[in-house]
Design a protein around this ligand. Structure first.
Ligand SMILES: Nc1nc2c(ncn2[C@@H]2O[C@H](COP(=O)(O)OP(=O)(O)O)[C@@H](O)[C@H]2O)c(=O)[nH]1
Ligand SMILES: [Mg+2]
Length: 327
């Protein structure tokens, strides 16, 4: 069949190492589908990873995350940095022609051999989104991408897992992102490393800047004070400045020895996130497939059995674990 190849573990790993686009595309599709071949290939490539720098972008839908990535790409490609992009954003997917419904043409980036862009679906991965993103990042890393942008919407749990592997976290806001500002203020949202307030031409941009600034000012005792940059992604305004702040954060992490510590923590976090997601699926399936366990749930519903006793019975049966966690 034209355009198709039967990849083996060896040829696919070799293709990824060479940065071959078709190998990359195939490997990430396999990752997305949770195929065994993907696990084998990532297992083979893993010792060669750890060179890519991962920048995570998060923030509410529509603030301009994808547009900022596009603008940053233009900026960093000027010195031929090899870049990968993984976008987990069903609301504004990167697509071949353009950022959907948009003036920013991405076609240049799609044609640029130094850039590999991939939009990922959010549908059921066994280990959740964290698993698919982590694996895709490792594939891009092994392919020699020096810089990888990870885009994800919002601040929910699965998004936190997606961004959890990033070395630098960039929160993107725009005038009107009041909920995110409240979440920052209340401590619900973790303080990011860099903040961009995009759509700076909006009259309320300065107000938002002051508001965010005053929230960050409450947090005295951190070595790294997150810089806030006003940007306009569509016109590319302040994009070099934003990139400068990301680079400063990276330099800070590297010079302070924090980068190693953060990566260690991030990787452990990813392992737990993926393990938890898999364990959850395993329990749900086991209960579904086992009439006896389904009856335990019925008993809870009928108030014949209390919830924590049901938990104990399910864990005992599914994982053969005892009751040492309960008080
Ligand atoms: N006026 C203005 N519009 C922008 C700017 N950045 C992005 N947009 C527009 O905002 C919309 C959402 O952008 P997008 O990058 O898809 O946001 P995302 O959902 O955060 O990825 C698009 O129509 C963009 O053209 C900006 O700086 N100024
Ligand atoms: Mg987007």
């Amino acid at each position: 069949m034209a355009g198709r190849r039967d990849w083996t573990r060896e040829t696919l790993a070799a293709g990824v190492r060479d940065g071959d686009r078709r190998a990359l595309a195939r490997a990430i599709t396999l990752v997305e589908n949770g195929e065994a071949l993907a696990y084998d290939v990532v297992r083979d490539l893993y010792p060669e990873t750890g060179r890519a720098y991962a920048v995570g972008l998060t923030g509410p839908p529509g603030v301009g995350k994808s547009s900022l990535i596009s603008a940053l790409l233009r900026h960093v490609r000027a010195d031929d940095t090899q870049v990968g992009v993984i976008s987990v954003d069903p609301s504004s997917p990167f697509s071949q022609g353009a950022l959907l419904g948009d003036r920013i043409r991405l076609s240049d980036h799609f044609l640029d051999p130094g850039v590999f862009i991939r939009s990922m679906g959010t549908r059921g991965h066994l280990g959740g989104l964290a698993e698919a993103t982590l694996q895709a990042l490792l594939v891009l890393d092994a392919a020699g991408k020096e810089l990888v942008f990870l885009e994800t919407v919002g601040t929910g749990q699965s998004e936190v897992e997606v961004i959890g592997i990033a070395d630098t976290v960039l929160l993107v806001l725009m005038p009107g992102s009041g909920d995110s500002v409240q979440a920052l203020k209340a401590g619900i949202m973790e303080i990011p490393d860099v903040i961009a307030i995009n759509k700076m031409d909006h009259p309320a941009a300065k107000t938002m800047l002051n508001e965010v600034r005053s929230i960050l000012a409450l947090d005295h005792d951190r070595d790294w004070r997150p810089p806030i940059v006003l940007t306009d992604a569509t016109r590319g305004e302040n994009v070099p400045e934003l990139w400068g702040k990301i680079a400063e954060h990276r330099a800070y992490l590297e010079q302070s020895g924090e980068l190693d510590a953060r990566r260690r923590k991030n990787l452990a976090g990813e392992v737990f996130a993926v393990a938890s997601a898999r364990a959850k699926q395993h329990i749900e399936r086991a209960v579904q497939d086992d009439p006896e366990l389904r009856r335990v749930l019925d008993d809870v519903q009928q108030r014949r059995l209390d919830p924590l006793t049901a938990v104990r019975e399910i864990l005992e049966k599914v994982f053969k674990v005892g009751d040492n966690g309960a008080a």
